[in-house]
Unconditional design. Structure first.
Length: 106
């Protein structure tokens, strides 16, 4: 494909397609490479985790461990929240009532 022969709208359309295609191809290449390395390790009687000394996620995402709670309900100490995800009703009620989320910090 000779880029100098394309019009500006054609170039812009190509650019838009590339912005979608490049990350998708990168993800495919990464997954393929990981599969190749796992196969090669298995052929030699190892797991990839054993060879690199780290946990290798199956789906390509990092494994997250549990997170410590950062906030506690002052009226019920058994209710805690890590600060991740949707706010529990007791946090929302406290903030909506004019309270500061920092008041709930552990």
């Amino acid at each position: 494909m000779e880029l100098s022969e394309l019009s500006l709208p054609e170039l812009l359309a190509l650019q838009k397609k590339l912005l979608v295609e490049i990350p998708a191809r990168h993800k495919q290449e990464k997954a393929g490479t990981l599969a190749d390395l796992q196969r090669l390790a298995a052929e030699r009687g190892f797991t990839l985790s054993e060879l690199i000394g780290a946990e290798v996620p199956v789906d390509g995402r990092k494994n997250r461990g549990p997170v410590e709670a950062k906030y506690r309900n002052p009226t019920d100490a058994s209710q805690t929240w890590t600060g991740r995800g949707r706010q529990p009703a007791w946090v929302k009620a406290h903030v909506d009532g004019g309270g500061n989320i920092g008041d709930l910090a552990i």
